[in-house]
Design a protein around this ligand. Sequence first.
Ligand code: MN
Length: 307
Amino acid sequence: MGDGDGSGRPTGPRVVEGSVRPLGALPVRRLLPRRACRRVGAWVFLDHFGPTDGSAMHVPPHPHIGLQTVTWLLEGEVEHLDSLGSRQVIRPGQLNWMTAGEGIVHAELGRHGRAHGVQLWVALPREAAHGAPSFAHHAALPEVVRDGARVTVLAGTVAGATSPAVTHTPLSAADLRLDAGTDLAWSLEPAHEHGVAVLEGEVVVAGHALAPGVLLYLPPGTPAVQLVATGPARLMVIGGAPLDDELVLYWNFVARSREEVVEAVARWRNGGFARVPGYDGPGLPAPPEPAPTLRAVAPWGPSEGSP
Ligand code: MN
């Protein structure tokens, strides 16, 4: 694929293979970050987990810095607890939007056996990366029905509807449920780059037959894509203004230097993050020290081993 501006950013669509790794019995497809595509706008992480029965997720308390976490369920229920004292059950159709800023700790506890959903991270821009943490639960989101697609707007403005989620860079995210036989020209913001992930069924997107487990990257300057579904299907479209900052992702941290990561690891190991009220039990163990070679990287171009 060509490279139009010397940044390494593709000039056309790129199919990015996700990895599959289990979290206990829960299958998790990691679609971001990947070597072939580290981010889409400020979206730096996308895990598609499930669907599965009988293996409710149980993620003990762990810290985040420098990012926002976004939780969106297709099935099941998850209870969220955090160090601000938030205690919130999320169900399908609802959105949890947590801003870590300088630091927050949360636990995620599946309440029923069924588990199917998506967790994304948004990198905060430099001026917000060390801000105050916050947690928002949106019990209902704007929906638009158009040409065989039922669209829920998670972030930004999509199809004329705007999500209440607070963003710090221009971003969008939408969940699209397609009826069998849908053949739809889906408009995109041409100034943004986009990623398309099929969550259920199969969809031909811009001529690429996609199933769960891959991300289709679309560079800026893409005004629309054709979505064709022969059977019922569900997909997520994320987008955002390119974020060219050099970032380092390590464990649950998004930072701009290795030193910042080392400090955060030590802070967690030494009990320097706030506790999660109402959770009895230990948090996740601290990760090892990052390798000396760990460094912040731009979205495209050489990685020296970073994903
Ligand atoms: Mn987390």
